[in-house]
Ligand binder design. Structure first.
Ligand SMILES: CC(C)(COP(=O)(O)OP(=O)(O)OC[C@H]1O[C@@H](n2cnc3c(N)ncnc32)[C@H](O)[C@@H]1OP(=O)(O)O)[C@@H](O)C(=O)NCCC(=O)NCCS
Length: 147
């Protein structure tokens, strides 16, 4: 990829708009969910990661603390035309670093079936079946120890 990539929290209103739009368009729109459905009440108090290239947000992910020891990654999405270029990995690594800074000992996430292979490559293990989103998308609880 030739353009310069920045991996960081969104900084401007425009970037925040793009951030949520990408989350919605990848994770909610395909199932007919309205814009706005991609947000939750913890967005104001969690860590966010955006991959920005030439002013375009092309990868996103969020980290929340479930307890002092446990952090959780949610809302991972890479723009479809940018899959397979290592952007998802960059987002996960950024959020893992944040989790360590916040003192977490382990990271958990609920992976969509199609993404389990991605997280396995990044060192996560499946620990249980999780929930069924929109009655269709099976999720698997995955975990990685940070130390
Ligand atoms: C899952 C997703 C975030 C991966 O992002 P990405 O930028 O395409 O992934 P990367 O290029 O960083 O891939 C890192 C490694 O995982 C592999 N990989 C990527 N997606 C994979 C998948 N779905 N299954 C198996 N392996 C996968 C890559 O080949 C690469 O392997 P390598 O390092 O050996 O070359 C992206 O495909 C996406 O947004 N999918 C749709 C939304 C989604 O499912 N989000 C996750 C919800 S839990």
């Amino acid at each position: 990829m030739s353009e310069e990539l920045q991996v960081r929290c969104p900084q401007t209103d425009e970037e925040w708009q793009q951030y949520y739009h990408l989350r919605w368009s990848v994770l909610r729109q395909p199932w007919g969910e309205p814009e706005g459905s991609e947000r939750d009440e913890q967005d104001g108090e969690t860590e966010h990661c955006a991959v920005v290239a030439d002013g375009r947000v092309i990868g996103v992910g969020r980290l929340q603390m479930n307890s002092h020891e446990e952090a959780q990654i949610r809302y991972m999405a890479v723009a479809p035309d940018c899959h397979g270029r290592g952007l998802g990995r960059r987002v996960v690594e950024f959020l893992e670093e944040k989790a360590r800074e916040l003192g977490a000992a382990r990271l958990v996430l609920d992976a969509r079936q199609n993404a389990v292979g991605f997280y396995l490559i990044l060192g996560y293990n499946v620990t249980a079946d999780s929930y069924l989103l929109f009655g269709k998308i099976q999720h698997y609880r995955m975990q990685k120890d940070l130390y």
